[in-house]
Ligand binder design. Structure first.
Ligand code: NI
Length: 184
Protein backbone atom coordinates (compact mmCIF):
# COMPACT_ATOMS: atom_id res chain seq x y z
CA UNK A 1 0.00 0.00 0.00
CA UNK A 2 1.29 3.43 -0.92
CA UNK A 3 1.34 5.73 2.10
CA UNK A 4 1.02 9.52 1.99
CA UNK A 5 4.35 11.29 2.54
CA UNK A 6 4.71 13.67 5.48
CA UNK A 7 6.04 16.99 4.23
CA UNK A 8 7.83 20.05 5.52
CA UNK A 9 5.86 21.95 8.17
CA UNK A 10 4.69 18.83 9.97
CA UNK A 11 6.15 18.85 13.51
CA UNK A 12 6.62 15.08 13.31
CA UNK A 13 9.60 15.63 10.98
CA UNK A 14 11.28 17.64 13.76
CA UNK A 15 10.92 15.05 16.51
CA UNK A 16 13.59 12.65 17.66
CA UNK A 17 12.17 9.24 16.75
CA UNK A 18 12.01 6.38 19.27
CA UNK A 19 13.42 2.86 19.07
CA UNK A 20 11.17 -0.12 18.40
CA UNK A 21 11.37 -3.69 19.69
CA UNK A 22 10.85 -7.09 18.08
CA UNK A 23 7.18 -7.06 19.01
CA UNK A 24 6.44 -3.99 16.93
CA UNK A 25 3.14 -4.80 15.27
CA UNK A 26 3.09 -5.62 11.55
CA UNK A 27 6.67 -4.47 10.97
CA UNK A 28 6.97 -6.51 7.76
CA UNK A 29 3.87 -4.88 6.33
CA UNK A 30 5.21 -1.45 7.24
CA UNK A 31 8.52 -2.22 5.50
CA UNK A 32 6.68 -3.43 2.41
CA UNK A 33 4.49 -0.32 2.37
CA UNK A 34 7.50 1.94 2.78
CA UNK A 35 9.24 0.33 -0.20
CA UNK A 36 6.12 0.72 -2.29
CA UNK A 37 5.77 4.37 -1.21
CA UNK A 38 9.44 5.09 -1.97
CA UNK A 39 9.40 3.47 -5.42
CA UNK A 40 6.18 5.26 -6.32
CA UNK A 41 7.81 8.58 -5.44
CA UNK A 42 11.13 7.70 -7.20
CA UNK A 43 13.08 7.96 -3.96
CA UNK A 44 16.21 6.05 -2.96
CA UNK A 45 15.67 6.42 0.78
CA UNK A 46 12.70 6.80 3.09
CA UNK A 47 12.53 7.17 6.87
CA UNK A 48 9.56 6.16 9.01
CA UNK A 49 8.82 9.75 10.14
CA UNK A 50 8.21 10.53 6.47
CA UNK A 51 5.21 8.21 6.54
CA UNK A 52 3.93 9.61 9.82
CA UNK A 53 5.63 7.26 12.28
CA UNK A 54 8.13 8.65 14.76
CA UNK A 55 10.13 5.41 15.05
CA UNK A 56 13.80 4.70 14.36
CA UNK A 57 13.75 2.97 11.02
CA UNK A 58 14.64 3.81 7.46
CA UNK A 59 14.96 1.98 4.17
CA UNK A 60 17.21 2.54 1.16
CA UNK A 61 17.44 1.15 -2.35
CA UNK A 62 20.07 2.53 -4.67
CA UNK A 63 20.55 -0.68 -6.64
CA UNK A 64 19.24 0.89 -9.86
CA UNK A 65 22.18 3.31 -9.86
CA UNK A 66 25.10 0.95 -9.55
CA UNK A 67 26.36 1.60 -13.05
CA UNK A 68 27.19 5.24 -12.21
CA UNK A 69 27.67 4.62 -8.49
CA UNK A 70 29.40 1.26 -7.89
CA UNK A 71 28.98 1.53 -4.11
CA UNK A 72 25.23 1.16 -4.68
CA UNK A 73 25.60 -2.52 -5.48
CA UNK A 74 23.53 -4.45 -2.89
CA UNK A 75 22.46 -1.15 -1.36
CA UNK A 76 18.92 -2.26 -0.62
CA UNK A 77 18.55 -2.39 3.11
CA UNK A 78 16.34 -1.85 6.12
CA UNK A 79 17.94 -0.02 9.06
CA UNK A 80 16.16 -0.58 12.38
CA UNK A 81 17.24 1.28 15.55
CA UNK A 82 20.40 2.55 13.82
CA UNK A 83 23.14 4.35 15.68
CA UNK A 84 25.89 6.25 13.92
CA UNK A 85 29.23 5.37 15.48
CA UNK A 86 31.37 7.79 13.53
CA UNK A 87 31.43 10.01 10.49
CA UNK A 88 34.81 10.76 8.96
CA UNK A 89 36.69 11.63 5.82
CA UNK A 90 36.70 14.66 3.55
CA UNK A 91 33.61 16.78 3.34
CA UNK A 92 32.13 17.02 -0.14
CA UNK A 93 29.15 18.75 -1.63
CA UNK A 94 26.30 17.25 -3.59
CA UNK A 95 22.81 18.36 -4.50
CA UNK A 96 20.28 16.60 -2.30
CA UNK A 97 16.53 16.29 -2.47
CA UNK A 98 13.99 14.80 -0.08
CA UNK A 99 10.51 13.39 -0.58
CA UNK A 100 9.38 15.58 2.33
CA UNK A 101 10.61 18.69 0.49
CA UNK A 102 9.10 18.21 -2.96
CA UNK A 103 10.70 20.32 -5.68
CA UNK A 104 13.61 21.53 -3.52
CA UNK A 105 17.21 20.58 -4.24
CA UNK A 106 20.23 22.16 -2.57
CA UNK A 107 23.92 21.51 -2.27
CA UNK A 108 24.76 19.88 1.03
CA UNK A 109 28.24 19.27 2.40
CA UNK A 110 28.75 16.01 4.31
CA UNK A 111 31.67 13.86 5.39
CA UNK A 112 32.44 10.96 3.07
CA UNK A 113 32.25 8.02 5.43
CA UNK A 114 29.82 6.79 8.05
CA UNK A 115 30.02 3.82 10.40
CA UNK A 116 26.60 2.65 11.55
CA UNK A 117 25.24 -0.14 13.75
CA UNK A 118 21.68 -1.27 13.14
CA UNK A 119 19.31 -4.24 13.02
CA UNK A 120 18.12 -5.58 9.70
CA UNK A 121 14.56 -6.77 9.06
CA UNK A 122 15.44 -10.18 10.56
CA UNK A 123 16.83 -8.49 13.70
CA UNK A 124 20.43 -9.35 12.91
CA UNK A 125 22.75 -6.76 14.47
CA UNK A 126 25.07 -5.34 11.85
CA UNK A 127 27.88 -2.78 11.85
CA UNK A 128 28.94 -1.41 8.47
CA UNK A 129 30.76 1.51 6.91
CA UNK A 130 29.35 3.34 3.90
CA UNK A 131 31.22 5.78 1.70
CA UNK A 132 30.49 8.09 -1.18
CA UNK A 133 26.91 8.36 -2.35
CA UNK A 134 25.78 5.45 -0.15
CA UNK A 135 27.34 7.15 2.87
CA UNK A 136 25.49 10.32 2.00
CA UNK A 137 22.12 8.55 1.71
CA UNK A 138 22.63 6.85 5.09
CA UNK A 139 23.48 10.18 6.74
CA UNK A 140 20.49 11.92 5.14
CA UNK A 141 18.04 9.21 6.23
CA UNK A 142 19.53 8.96 9.71
CA UNK A 143 19.02 12.71 10.10
CA UNK A 144 15.27 12.17 9.69
CA UNK A 145 15.32 10.06 12.89
CA UNK A 146 16.97 12.95 14.70
CA UNK A 147 14.44 15.50 13.47
CA UNK A 148 16.86 17.03 10.98
CA UNK A 149 16.34 17.95 7.32
CA UNK A 150 18.95 18.70 4.67
CA UNK A 151 17.92 22.34 4.47
CA UNK A 152 19.27 22.72 8.03
CA UNK A 153 22.76 22.59 6.50
CA UNK A 154 22.36 25.36 3.93
CA UNK A 155 23.29 28.99 4.43
CA UNK A 156 20.83 31.47 5.96
CA UNK A 157 20.76 33.27 2.62
CA UNK A 158 19.83 30.15 0.64
CA UNK A 159 17.25 29.37 3.31
CA UNK A 160 15.75 32.81 2.93
CA UNK A 161 15.53 32.38 -0.83
CA UNK A 162 13.62 29.13 -0.30
CA UNK A 163 11.13 30.60 2.14
CA UNK A 164 8.28 31.06 -0.32
CA UNK A 165 8.61 27.52 -1.64
CA UNK A 166 8.79 26.07 1.87
CA UNK A 167 5.63 27.92 2.84
CA UNK A 168 3.93 26.57 -0.28
CA UNK A 169 4.83 23.00 0.73
CA UNK A 170 3.41 23.58 4.21
CA UNK A 171 0.16 24.79 2.67
CA UNK A 172 -0.14 21.81 0.36
CA UNK A 173 0.76 23.77 -2.74
CA UNK A 174 3.79 21.75 -3.74
CA UNK A 175 3.68 19.88 -7.00
CA UNK A 176 4.69 16.44 -5.80
CA UNK A 177 3.74 13.62 -8.19
CA UNK A 178 2.97 11.41 -5.17
CA UNK A 179 0.40 11.75 -2.42
CA UNK A 180 1.46 13.96 0.47
CA UNK A 181 0.02 14.54 3.90
CA UNK A 182 -0.47 18.28 4.26
CA UNK A 183 0.46 19.51 7.77
CA UNK A 184 -2.39 20.30 10.13
NI1 NI B 1 14.77 13.00 3.16
Amino acid sequence: MILPVTVYGDTLLRKKAVEIDKDYKDLNILIENMYETMYNADGIGLAAPQVGLSIRMFIVDGTGMEEEEPEMKDFKKVFINPEINETKGEKWEMEEGCLSLPGIRENVSRQDEVSITYYDEHWNKITETYKGFAGRVVQHEYDHLEGKLFIDYISPLRRKLLKGRLTAITKGKSKAHYRVNVPG
